[in-house]
Write a protein that binds this ligand. Structure first.
Ligand code: BT5
Length: 255
């Protein structure tokens, strides 16, 4: 049975056993002139995407969901907070399974790195978020927040740096998990409170106060992540002064 059966959400739910990408399906709905906010959910994706067109492994058993938000309640510059809200929502939903997870800037949810010598999954990526928007910089018409959470997926079907809830605690109730995820996201964004979201992100992130290496298409920056600034830029203290980074891939370095 579909994992969306009986869900109660402030979004219209659209489910299929398989989409190429739930983000693409959400975009299609937006272009068709849908008037509702929609949560597009799939059991599997054949062409799941990460940032910069990377592949996102999406075997059957995961939670692959894209929220189409037709009227984002903030200015275009503030849109990144939706990504942060999604990461916090994932943490809150997953923690209720009794698993400790945290956020790596900007959008990775990782299993906490408590006992890597005992549990090889520690520190591995369990969820990621891909936020996409339409329109010009000053004219956002809609927003898509895509969330991929490795729930009941065998970790052998995932890249080596990834893990799943199933590999850590066994199969979970995906419907209940999805319900908590949608509730948490709606609670954080309806209405949107930028500072509240960034504060919640701070409590769950392990990036702050760490030595980091940030890779952007243009440069690589090393230093200590000292803060995050609303709506989501990372502030890094480097040998050459303070840098404000709006997007990139982050690696936590052991100091
Ligand atoms: C992300 O990209 O983390 C965003 C992932 C968003 C996926 C959701 S699923 C629903 C919606 N529909 C879509 O088509 N996408 C969204 P990024 O930070 O660029 O990370 C991508 C990298 O994570 C890949 O290059 C792999 O190294 C790794 N990876 C791939 N599949 C993974 C998985 N299932 N779990 C963990 N890591 C994975």
């Amino acid at each position: 049975p579909a994992i969306t059966f009986g869900l109660e959400a402030s979004y219209r739910i659209e489910y299929a056993d398989q989409y190429e990408s739930t983000n693409d399906r959400a975009r299609e709905l937006a272009k068709m002139g849908t008037t509702d906010d929609v949560a597009v959910v799939a059991d599997a994706q054949t062409g799941g995407r990460g940032r910069l067109d990377r592949q996102w492994s999406s075997p059957s058993g995961g939670i692959w969901v894209s929220l189409l938000l037709l009227h984002p309640h903030c200015s275009p510059a503030e849109l990144p907070v939706y990504t942060f809200a999604a990461a916090v929502a994932v943490v809150r939903a997953v923690q209720q399974c009794g698993i400790d997870v945290n956020i790596k800037w900007p959008n990775d949810v990782l299993l906490s790195r408590d006992t890597p010598e005992i549990n090889p999954s520690d520190g591995r990526k369990i969820a990621g978020i891909l936020t996409e928007t339409a329109g010009e910089a000053d004219q956002v018409s809609w927003l898509i927040v895509g969330i991929g959470l490795n729930a009941n997926v065998d970790s052998t079907a995932l890249p080596p740096e990834a893990t799943s809830l199933q590999s850590v605690i066994g199969a979970v109730d995906r419907r209940a998990l999805l319900q908590r995820l949608l509730n948490s996201f709606a609670e954080l964004t309806n209405p949107i409170d930028l500072d509240n979201i960034i504060d919640a992100w701070r409590t769950h992130s392990t990036t702050l106060n760490q030595r980091v290496r940030i890779t952007t298409p243009r440069e690589t920056i090393e230093g200590v992540a000292v803060d995050i600034q609303t709506p989501g830029a990372l502030i890094v203290q480097t040998n050459n002064g303070i840098k404000t980074i709006h997007a990139g891939d982050c690696e936590h370095l052991r100091s």
